[in-house]
Structure formats: C-alpha cells, structure tokens
Design a protein around this ligand. Structure first.
Ligand code: SPV
Ligand code: MG
Length: 294
C-alpha cells in the first residue's frame, strides 16, 4: 500500500517542482471529473468560470460561501488538489483569513489572491484596474499564512501591475514584497497577446518563490518557451467553461431548430457515460454489500 501525499502537499510539490506542471480549470464536480479523467494532476477553480457557470458576473457577485459550496462539490468529485481563485480575498485581511481557515478545513489545497480592490473586476475587461496598496496586500498574505491550519496550504499572490498599466518596475517591486510577506508562489498576469512582458518579468525576477503563468491571451507562445524562461506552473484558466458554453449553444440551436433529438444524439455524451462518470457502478456494489434484500 503506497503512501499518497495529501492534496495540500501535492499542490505544494507542483509549485516547487523543477519540471513544468499544469492546472486545468474546473468549475463544478463534472468539469473536475473530466479534467481528472484527462490526466490533469491539479485544478484551477476559476472565479470567471464558476461565476459564468452559475450565470453571474466575475465581479464578486457570488459570496465566498457560495464559492466554498462549489469547491466542496469539486473536492468531493475528484482526488486532485485545487488551487482556488480567491479574487481579492473578499474584503480585507480579516475576510481573507476567514476564507483561508475554511479552505483548510475543507481540504482545498491553496488559494490565489490578486492585488486589486473588492469587488474585483476581471483582468481582461476594459476600465478601472486599481491596485491595492502594497502594505495592505502584504498584510492579507501574512494574515492568511498565520491562520492556515495545514503547513502545506499554499497562498499564491497574483500581481496585476502589468494588467493595470503600472509597469515592470512596479511588478518586480510587488513580487519582492509579496515573497517577503510569505507568499508561496506568484502569478504574473498579462493581457497582451505577445509574451514580451511576461518573459521580461521572468528574466528579471530572482525566482526566490516560483512564478505561475496564465497564458489565456498569449496562448500562441509555445508552452516550452514559457517554462524554459522560468514559469513553474501553467494554468489553463477557463477552457472547460468555454468549451461547455460552445457545446451547449450548438446543442440548443439544433434541438430548437429541428424539434427533434435525432441530429444531436450522436454528438452528446451517451447516458451510459453519464452514469459511469457519476460512479453508479460503485453504488451497485455497495447496495449488494449493505442493502438488505427486499
Ligand atoms: C480566472 O480564471 O478567474 C482568472 C484568470 O482569474 S483571468 O480570467 O485571466 O483573470
Ligand atoms: Mg479570476
């Protein structure tokens, strides 16, 4: 019987690994299972995707307890570590540390917070991307690190200086401050299609803590270019949600048009697959074992 490290430790190992590692977006139990089935070793619980899947905006329209409920389904559905997108921490240091305490209790492996204001705005939207003060954000990181009840729970600090237009020097200054405050890893985020500013950051950062990348906009850059430049872990941030959106649109349009299921039956997952992924076979075995014959 070989020992499998718990999920906190597995995420921490992914962050500190010398090899390129990857997190796949998931936003509910089903997408978590599909990511696990595909072979991913960890999940990104995207704020954008969870919000979109529940029909709300990525502006903290969900409360943090609603996010927690979604995480519980995901964590129960798979045996993968989850890095949850904690937006800006749902308030100040005190709101954030309440969230961290609950994540640890529930077995969620880590949280990422970004240095903007509450309520947050998605980084790819035009308009205000005001940065939090460095001091306030460092206080948040420290409060989270002080309250975490598992030593390998990870707090990732996401730098929005390039998103907000504050520039490279600001980004590097914040990276150093967040590492000093105790962040286990950083995210440097960019909304540019070319990777120049990301590569410059990776070149200038001393890598005393690892750097995570989210190449949603610079996706054409070969992944190896990013990891060779020092990116430790890459997040595929929203592609299960966007894939589902596209597939559901096409299915609805066809059924609406045809008033028939004939054209879609071969295009959707068979019901047997739905039952298999839900784990119905285990329930049959359990019934045989535990349920008195009627
Ligand atoms: C998310 O997936 O919610 C993120 C990444 O925070 S981004 O949408 O690129 O800001
Ligand atoms: Mg987000």
């Amino acid at each position: 019987h070989h020992y499998r490290p718990d999920r906190f430790t597995r995420l921490r190992d992914m962050l500190t690994s010398k090899e390129p590692r990857f997190l796949m977006e998931a936003h509910d139990g089903l997408s978590a299972k599909i990511a696990q089935e595909a072979g991913f070793e960890g999940l990104w619980a995207s704020g954008l995707s969870i919000s979109a899947a529940l029909g709300v905006r990525d502006n903290n329209e969900l409360s943090w307890t609603q996010v927690l409920a979604q995480l519980e389904y995901m964590n129960d559905a798979v045996d993968l570590p989850i890095l949850v997108d904690g937006d800006t921490g749902y308030g100040n240091f005190n709101n954030f540390r309440r969230f961290v305490a609950k994540l640890c209790e529930r077995g969620i492996a880590g949280v990422c917070i970004e240095d903007k204001l509450f309520p947050k705005t998605n980084s790819f939207l035009e308009g205000s991307q005001t940065l939090a003060s460095v001091e306030e954000f460092c206080g948040k990181i420290k409060a989270g690190k002080d309250i975490q009840s598992h030593p390998d729970f990870s707090i990732v600090a996401r730098i929005e200086a390039l998103i907000s237009g504050a520039g490279m020097e600001e980004a590097l200054m914040r990276a150093a401050a967040y590492a000093d405050a105790g962040a286990d890893a950083l995210v440097i985020h960019s909304k540019k299609a070319d990777p120049d500013e990301i590569l410059e950051f990776l070149d200038k950062w001393d890598h005393r803590v690892p750097v995570i990348l989210i190449p949603t906009k610079y996706y054409r850059t070969p992944t190896k270019t990013l990891t060779d430049a020092g990116g430790s872990l890459v997040i595929w941030a929203n592609h299960n949600m966007r894939a589902a959106m596209q597939a559901m649109r096409e299915t609805c349009a066809t059924i609406m048009r045809d008033q028939s299921l004939v054209a879609v039956e071969a295009e959707v997952a068979p019901l047997a697959d739905v039952f298999a992924l839900a784990g119905n076979e285990e329930l049959e075995r359990a019934e045989a074992q535990y349920l008195a014959a009627q």
